[in-house]
Design a protein around this ligand. Structure first.
Ligand code: SF4
Length: 395
């Protein structure tokens, strides 16, 4: 990711589905104006989903995800079908590509049913309109990747669906603060912090504070007392990395609002309420209970260290018994959750809203408490109420 790029999790995810050789990859190329996916006349060339981040006018930053055709046969085919299904989980807007010379197939009807079940707005795109008669009604559009016909209209149609999703007015911190406020950010820099840069929620918080015309002050966890003592006006909020909660909660006076990046991220992603409720289930854990710790990406050492080392140790100490921990990371997430007594998810900053909410809803529907790293750490440090106080009227 370049410095000026919008993180993928913040982009509107546009999933492109359809039978093999329906013209999906050519459509992606026509939308992006670039040669991206492998295009050939041999059915089923796209074996893995291929993503392309781009600015799609008038919409803004999007991630186009081309999927393998879902009507393949045999073992390879079913793997491809599974890959296409995973894309559904993170899709905000779906395009179903149908070859104009054919009608909507049984496979297409199945996928439309999935869109409707999952509440995903979709457009049926008839491809190859230069060769066959165009078909259009208000849910469909005819395009030709070859001549470019209909591509502009398609982009506009995607734009109007995106307005229905309404995700652009959420803020990480800005709606808690007012112009001129000072916000103190506590960012531990230890050996597990990425070299030479800040992680996404930290960058996002700083940008949000600057956008709100406020003052962002950053310190490591051993300079908190000093930083607060040096301020003429006390900070409106202190936001810490959750792993420093134990020390920071002692160093920040009680009358200053304290929270963590991960708690703010849970609210931003839309699951703070359920995570807050889930955190209290930590107190009900008994010897041998299975706890799933789930991370949204595979490459983040700092989160991994919290998830696999620090959090399990804190929970065992808090519960005074031995617990059985299992881990999932990246795109992998168990379908069967029935054996778990609690699920603790990371902040999910790299996951699309739809994917993190799918997971949280799935856990919640299975009747299993779910919380996140920040709230779990706050709970075992006895500061859950304090660290979520600012969410009281704004969850
Ligand atoms: S997705 Fe989760 S594990 Fe990855 S960086 Fe974000 S919070 Fe950490």
């Amino acid at each position: 990711m370049g410095l000026n790029d919008t993180p993928n999790a913040e982009r509107i995810h546009i999933g492109i589905f359809g039978k093999r050789n329906a013209g999906k990859s050519s459509l992606v190329n026509a939308i992006t104006g670039q040669k991206l996916a492998v295009v050939s006349d041999v059915p089923g060339t796209t074996t893995d989903p291929v993503s392309k981040a781009m600015e799609l006018l008038p919409l803004g930053p999007v991630l186009l995800i081309d999927t393998p055709g879902y009507d393949d046969e045999g073992e390879l085919g079913s793997l491809r079908v599974e890959a296409a299904r995973k894309v559904l989980y993170k899709t905000d807007i779906a395009l179903l590509v149908v070859d104009s010379s054919e009608s909507v197939s049984a496979g297409d009807t199945d996928i439309i049913r999935e869109f409707e079940k999952m509440n995903i707005p979709y457009i049926i795109v008839y491809s190859k309109s230069d060769k066959y008669d165009p078909k259009t009604d208000n849910k469909t559009i005819s395009v030709s990747a070859h001549t470019g016909e209909g591509i502009h209209e398609l982009k506009e149609k995607i734009g109007s669906l995106a307005k229905l999703i309404g995700r652009n007015d959420r803020r990480l911190v800005a709606d808690f603060i007012k112009k001129g406020d000072t916000i103190l950010l506590i960012i531990p820099i230890d050996e597990s912090a990425p070299k030479g840069r800040l992680i996404l929620p930290q960058q996002q918080a700083i940008r949000d504070i600057l956008d709100a015309d406020c003052i962002a002050v950053e310190v490591k966890e051993d300079r908190v007392k000093e930083a607060i003592a040096g301020m003429k006006v006390k900070p409106a909020i202190v936001i810490t990395d959750s792993q420093a909660f134990g020390r920071v909660s002692k160093d920040v006076p009680e009358d200053i609002l304290l929270t963590s990046f991960s708690i703010l991220m849970a609210r931003y992603k839309g699951f703070a309420e359920v995570a807050l409720k889930g955190a209290s289930a930590i107190d009900t854990l008994k010897e041998g209970d299975r706890v799933l710790i789930s991370e949204g990406c595979t490459h983040h050492r700092q989160c991994n260290d919290i998830g696999t080392v620090k959090l399990p140790a804190m929970l065992k100490r808090h519960c005074g018994c031995d617990l059985s921990f299992e881990y999932s990371s990246g795109g992998g997430f168990p379908e069967d959750l029935s054996e778990y007594k609690l699920v603790i998810h990371c902040g999910g900053c790299m996951l699309s809203d739809r994917e993190i909410l799918r997971r949280i809803n799935m856990i919640d529907m299975a009747g299993i408490p779910v919380t996140n790293y920040g709230m779990a750490i706050a709970h075992v440090n006895g500061i859950l109420e304090r660290s979520t106080k600012l969410l009281d009227n704004n969850i």
